[in-house]
Design a binder for this molecule. Structure first.
Ligand SMILES: Nc1ncnc2c1ncn2[C@@H]1O[C@H](COP(=O)(O)OP(=O)(O)OP(=O)(O)O)[C@@H](O)[C@H]1O
Ligand SMILES: [Zn+2]
Length: 729
């Protein structure tokens, strides 16, 4: 009798190959089903570099086991990924046609991906040592460490609570520990703080909360509520119900919506540990939040896109706030959509999924209107606030001062005179979008991109917003030697300057990517504005999630760029942006006003928006999409390629098209140049696959991908496949 073949481990590794890899167990170890879902460290490739992978199967070797390498070590005692979460990751790999190992690497926090142990999730806190108690009675140098020491002398404090209330406390605690004045210690589980009380719900909120209480199991709901209607209150009640049933909740928020205020509001109201998960956290904190959800210590997780991968062993509810937001779609690597994945997880977990927005995506709206999702509406603002009055300013043939019309400036003036705050919105940072020669028409272009360079620093610098290239503006026009070089148009920097000159007394705060690089910068800027009269000037960072009670005027400077874009989603995105930014006005007692400055007052999109609001725009756009067979009435996948030369891109895309097997209801269109055909020195092109049925699309892609990988021309380009692309570039 031949000896039974040795059992092997089937490991998913973070490499761009659509397969798993077989390994022998580490010397001396025996394979057992308990290995499934555990991480292992294995040698990989000829160099034998170590990789961390996940055991996704155990079994018998298919080839000669003697040819297999042995894994170095098993990293987990108990499986890290299993059950529903692992099934959902398999779904991601299948749906987005990405290697499982890369999906797993995308899903895990960086420390876990690197093979670090799961962090200790017992509660820890800090206490003053006897030396610290003694030192506190002596005079000492003022500063953060001393302030922390004095507070610890009154009693040990929990790390979560310090995280929430004392920014920068960790460095101070380390400094104290180094001097023997404070120490870290395990804390007893303490009673949760008593939750703050909820406002009396409006009739609309009450109806939504009641509706959400009926029925359990998987059920998607779209909560469509106008800006300021109190959707967050509805989430909080639904989460409270979920917690009362002893279950965990996941809340996804857009990248720019996760402010310390949002977290503080959840923490104050729910009275249970609320974990946060976003890119501003240190690796250790993210791993801890993940582990806290896995162990069940954290009952609620509030996080941005990648929080959708957190473990939910006791799931009860998934919430996606501002579900239309573009930041839910990952734009490189594994291009998943967090809202869609939340729905998949909800269905596998058998729990309700609540999508909320004032401006739902056409995909979700279509699902709600066709009855696939329950559709709840909040049509009135909460707390007695009224919807803002909207006025269109036709600026054709009117003089503009640095992009601002006199009528707009007068509205700002009147607002300041009333002691209130104005928001001047322009979705364009920098001083001016382009530098042109007034004599010959030359304009400053990026040498590596098909794009104009943006003027910054009052005209002293040129920056390409696509590749980051920087240049000093020429003194004279390179084409005609004229000295008449002029910044054309206005970005937030120029608007800030112009407003400062016009309103020298006013408190003026600019909010865009430049002024908010640091994580707490936005809070500091808003604090500077305070409650007095003032002006906020900024980009879409200001469009979401902010609740400024004294803000009564929203002045939109130029929406015209958005009115004529070729992207089929442009109308939807513009309407969403306008409604969201307008929604910042008059959210409390004071009535709000919105002025829209445009050269195209008769544009149908603006007319529809003014007369019928977002529902009217959405209905119109849905009809157009249906007629043109675009999503949500069709399903798309985009093959993108870039390379050093256009010939390489074209060569690959042509072969890719030839390798595409035509089938009923599925078409490959192209090759076509990308909307920006050259970027950062690379030529770019694409092929668009469309299908009337999702299953047909995926069947075609499954067949196509191995053929693509086998193409010789594929080695000379960087290519990627984007399923359900949100941007066609
Ligand atoms: N029932 C209520 N009574 C009084 N005030 C309320 C009530 N519900 C909500 N509010 C207040 O109304 C304001 C808007 O609420 P919230 O932020 O939840 O709205 P939203 O629908 O999420 O808005 P947006 O989509 O514009 O961000 C907040 O200041 C909130 O405290
Ligand atoms: Zn560039």
């Amino acid at each position: 009798m031949p000896a039974p073949p040795p059992a092997i481990l089937r490991v998913a590794l973070p490499v761009p190959l659509p397969r798993e890899f077989d390994y022998l167990p580490p010397p001396g170890a025996t394979v057992a089903p308990e290995w499934l879902g555990c991480r292992v460290r294995v040698p990989f490739g000829r160099g034998g570099a170590d990789l961390v992978g996940l055991v996704v199967g155990v079994g018998e070797a298919e080839g000669d086991p003697a040819a297999l390498k042995a894994a170095h070590e098993r990293l987990d005692e108990v499986p890290l990924l299993h059950g529903e979460l692992f099934d959902s990751l398999r779904w991601v790999a299948g749906y987005y046609h990405a290697p499982l190992g890369e999906v797993i690497a995308t899903a895990l926090p960086a420390l876990l991906r690197a093979g670090q142990p799961l962090p200790d999730t017992r509660r820890h806190g800090w206490a003053a040592t006897p030396a610290g108690q003694a030192s506190a009675t002596q005079p000492g140098r003022e500063g953060r460490p001393r302030r922390l020491l004095l507070s610890l002398c009154e009693g040990a404090r929990d790390e979560d609570e310090l995280d929430a209330s004392e920014p920068g406390w960790r460095a101070a605690a380390r400094a104290l520990a180094a001097r023997g004045l404070a120490q870290r210690q395990a804390m007893d589980a303490e009673a949760s703080p008593r939750p703050a009380s909820a406002p009396v719900p409006t009739p609309g909120q009450a109806a939504a909360i009641e509706a959400l209480r009926t029925g359990d199991g998987f059920r998607p709901t779209l909560l469509e509520g106008v800006t300021g209607s109190g959707k967050t209150e509805v989430y909080l009640q639904a989460i409270a119900d979920c917690l009362a049933a002893g279950r965990q909740a996941l809340v996804l928020v857009p990248e720019i919506g996760l402010t310390p205020q949002t977290l503080a509001r959840f923490r104050a109201r729910l009275g249970v540990p609320v974990a946060a998960f976003h890119s501003g956290l240190a690796d250790g904190e993210r791993a801890r939040a993940w582990a806290d959800m896995a162990s069940g210590r954290a009952r609620v997780l509030v996080g941005t896109r990648s929080a959708v991968f957190c473990p939910l062993p006791e799931a009860g509810l998934l919430v996606v706030d501002e579900e239309h937001d573009g930041s839910y779609k990952q734009q490189d690597g594994v291009r998943y959509h967090a809202r869609d994945l939340a729905l998949v997880r909800g269905s596998k977990l058998g729990v309700p999924v609540l999508l909320g927005s004032a401006t739902p995506s056409l995909e979700s709206l279509h699902n709600a209107l066709s009855g696939r999702y329950r559709h709840l509406r909040l049509t009135e603002r909460a707390g007695g606030a009224r919807p803002p009055a909207v006025r269109v300013l036709d600026v054709r043939k009117r003089p503009l001062h640095d992009g601002l019309s006199e009528a707009l400036l007068e509205a700002v003036d009147a607002c300041l005179a009333r002691g209130e705050q104005a928001l001047v919105f322009k979705n364009r940072r920098g001083y001016a979008p382009v530098l042109i020669c007034h004599d010959c028409g030359w304009s400053a272009h990026c040498s590596r991109c098909d794009a104009a360079m943006t003027v910054h620093a009052g005209g002293r610098r040129l920056i390409c917003h696509h590749c980051g290239a920087r240049a000093t503006p020429p003194n004279a026009c390179p084409d005609c030697a004229s000295l008449a070089l002029q910044p054309q148009g206005a970005g937030t920097e120029r608007l800030e300057q112009a407003l400062a000159a016009r309103f020298p007394e006013a408190c003026l705060v600019r909010v865009d990517r430049e002024t908010t690089r640091r994580r707490d910068a936005l809070e500091k800027l808003l604090a500077r504005l305070g409650d007095g009269p003032g002006i906020l000037v900024g980009t879409q960072i200001l469009a979401k999630g902010h609740d400024l009670p004294r803000l009564t005027l929203v002045a939109v400077v130029g929406v015209d760029e958005g009115l004529f874009s070729a992207d089929f989603r442009a109308g939807e995105k513009l309407a969403q942006l306008l409604i969201q930014v307008a929604g910042r006005a008059g959210r409390a007692r004071l009535p709000g006003e919105v002025v829209l400055q445009t050269h195209h007052p008769d544009h149908p999109l603006l007319g529809t928006l003014l007369n019928g609001g977002y529902p009217a725009v959405a209905a119109l756009q849905l009809a157009e999409r249906e007629a043109a067979a675009f999503p949500p009435y069709a399903h798309l996948a985009l093959l993108r390629a870039e390379a050093g030369t256009e010939a390489e891109v074209q060569g690959f895309l042509k072969e890719a098209h030839a390798a595409f097997e035509a089938r009923e209801g599925v078409r490959a269109n192209g090759p076509m140049p990308a909307p920006m055909a050259r970027r950062a020195g690379k030529a770019r092109g694409q092929l668009l696959v469309d299908a009337s049925l999702r299953v047909a699309l995926h069947a075609a892609l499954r067949e196509w991908l191995p053929a693509l990988r086998a193409l010789r021309s594929a080695r000379r380009v960087r290519w990627s496949l984007d399923v359900d692309p949100t941007d066609l570039y």
